[in-house]
Design a protein around this ligand. Structure first.
Ligand code: DAH
Length: 426
C-alpha cells in the first residue's frame, strides 16, 4: 500500500473514501518487565504481561476500568497494554525525535509562544472527542466499528483534536498537543490501532488581522500556510509542496498539505481555519484561529526509512539502538527479514461482519506477529450468501517463526473467528 495512506486524516472526505475502498518510557513503565532476562525460555508462550494499574497524566487507571466485559465496551487487552507507553516522550525514539524537531521549529519561529502538552490522558469523553469539534452525530468515526469505547460516553481519543476545546477554555491561545490516538482499523504495514498525532492551534485577536486589511479568515489561512510550509521545509528540506482543498468538520476552509518526496505526493497533514462555532463556545467570540493535525508515524516512516509501523513498538535493541536524540532522519538499517507465512481462511459472513472486528480477533491472538490481513476473494452465491477469503500474513520482525507456532495461532484464529464473529467457516 502506498505510504500516503498511512493513517490518513480521519475526517476528510477523501480519506474516508480511501479507508473504505480498502478497505512509553512513561514514568511507570519501569515496573513492566521489559528486559529480555524476564522472558521465559519459550518465546512462543511469552506475552508482555498486562499491568493492572497505570498512571496517565496524574490519573490512576485500572485495567478493569478500561477493559470490561460489557456491550458498551470494545477495548481489548492488546490495546490497554499500549496505554501509557508514550513512545512520543522518548527522546531517542523516532517519534520523540520527530516531536522534538517540530517543537524546535515552533520555539525558534514563535519565540517559545506555543504551549506544549504531551501527557494529556487519552481517555476522553465522547463530547470531547466528537461533539466539541462538531463531528456530526451520524459520522462513521463515532461507530463502535471505528472507535474504542470504554463505555457509551467515554472513548480512547481517536485524534488529538479532542483537546482543542478544553485548552481554549483554559485560556491557551497557542498550543501543540502530542499524544497516542486509537482507531480500530485493518492490518497492514502502515496501519496500527494505536498511533501518534500532533495538533497545533493558534488564536488571533482582531488587531492582528485588522492592520493587514484582510478579513480574519483569509489572514489566518495565509498565516497557517506560511507556518506549515516552513515546518515541512524544516523537516524535509527544500521539497515541492501543494495545497489540496478538503473537508473537516472543525475547520472551514480546510486543506491538506502534500509534499513531493521520493517521486510521490505524500499527504503530510490536515489543517484549516477553525470553525467560528468552536471559538464561540469556548470563550473566543471575537477571534479567529487556525489548527492543524499531523500523524507522526506517517512522517517518521518516510524520514527514517522505517518500513513497517510495528517497528515503532519494538523493544529489540537492533531497532532502538539505531536512533539518537536530536538526530532526525537517520536511515533505519533493516536487521533482518524473516520469512513470512501465509494462511488463508474462508467463511460465509453475516450482516454484522466487519473487517475491523476480524482484525481485532487476529491481533488479540497473534499480536505483532501478524503483518497483514487482506481480502483475497469475495463472492455471493445464488442463495445470496457472501463468502470472504482472507489471507493472513504472519511474520515476526525479530525471529523466525516455527510451523508449529503458526499452526497453533491459525487454529486459535479459526476458532475465535467462528465463535466471536458469527460467521461460518468453509
Ligand atoms: N483530527 C484530524 C484527523 O485526525 C486531523 C486534523 C485536521 C486536525 C485538520 C486539525 C485540523 O486540527 O485542523 O483526521
Amino acid at each position: 500500500m502506498a505510504l500516503s495512506l498511512v493513517h490518513s486524516t480521519l475526517f476528510s472526505k477523501t480519506s474516508q473514501l480511501l479507508l473504505h475502498t480498502k478497505i512509553g518510557f512513561s514514568h511507570f513503565s519501569s515496573s513492566i518487565p521489559f528486559s529480555t532476562s524476564a522472558l521465559p525460555s519459550n518465546p512462543k508462550t511469552w506475552r508482555r504481561p498486562v499491568i493492572s494499574v497505570l498512571e496517565l497524566g496524574g490519573v490512576k487507571i485500572a485495567r478493569d476500568d478500561v477493559v470490561r466485559d460489557d456491550p458498551t465496551n470494545n477495548v481489548p487487552d492488546t490495546i490497554f497494554s499500549k496505554l501509557g507507553l508514550q513512545l512520543h516522550r522518548r527522546d531517542q525514539h523516532p517519534l520523540g525525535i520527530l516531536k522534538n524537531t517540530i517543537y524546535e521549529y515552533f520555539d525558534t519561529n514563535y519565540s517559545n509562544k506555543f504551549d506544549k502538552f504531551d501527557e494529556l490522558c487519552p481517555i476522553v469523553s465522547v463530547k470531547q472527542n466528537f461533539d466539541d469539534v462538531l463531528v456530526p452525530a451520524d459520522h462513521v468515526s463515532r461507530s463502535y466499528n471505528d472507535t474504542y469505547y470504554v463505555d457509551s460516553q467515554t472513548v480512547l481519543r481517536c485524534h488529538t483534536s479532542a483537546h482543542q476545546a478544553e485548552l481554549l477554555r483554559k485560556g491557551h491561545t497557542h498550543f501543540l498537543v502530542t499524544g497516542d490516538v486509537y482507531r480500530r482499523d485493518s492490518i497492514d504495514s502502515t496501519h496500527y490501532p494505536v498511533f501518534h498525532q500532533m495538533e497545533g492551534f493558534r488564536v488571533f485577536s482582531p488587531d492582528e488581522w485588522e492592520a493587514s486589511g484582510m478579513d480574519g479568515t483569509s489572514f489566518a489561512a495565509e498565516d497557517l500556510k506560511k507556518c506549515l510550509e516552513g515546518l515541512a521545509t524544516h523537516l524535509f528540506g527544500a521539497v515541492e509542496m501543494r495545497w489540496v482543498d478538503t473537508y473537516f468538520p472543525f475547520t472551514n476552509p480546510s486543506f491538506e498539505l502534500e509534499i513531493y518526496f521520493k517521486e510521490k505526493w505524500l499527504e503530510v497533514l490536515g489543517c484549516g481555519v477553525t470553525e467560528q462555532e468552536i471559538l464561540k463556545r469556548n470563550g473566543k467570540l471575537n477571534n479567529v484561529a487556525w489548527a492543524f493535525g499531523l500523524g507522526l508515524e506517517r512522517l517518521a516512516m518516510v524520514l527514517f526509512d522505517i518500513p513497517d509501523i510495528r517497528l515503532f513498538w519494538s523493544d529489540d535493541e537492533r531497532f532502538t539502538s539505531q536512533f539518537s536524540k536530536g538526530q532526525l532522519g537517520t536511515k533505519f538499517k533493516p536487521f533482518s527479514r524473516y520469512p513470512p507465512c501465509y494462511k488463508d481462511m474462508s467463511f460465509w459472513i453475516s450482516e454484522s461482519f466487519t473487517e475491523n472486528n476480524l482484525c481485532e480477533v487476529v491481533r488479540g491472538i497473534a499480536g505483532d506477529l501478524v503483518e497483514e490481513v487482506s481480502l483475497i476473494d469475495n463472492f455471493t452465491n445464488k442463495k445470496g450468501m457472501t463468502s470472504h477469503c482472507y489471507r493472513i500474513s504472519y511474520r515476526s520482525m525479530e525471529r523466525s517463526l516455527t510451523d508449529e507456532e503458526i499452526n497453533d495461532l491459525q487454529m486459535s484464529v479459526r476458532e475465535q473467528v467462528e465463535s466471536k464473529l458469527n460467521v461460518v467457516l468453509r
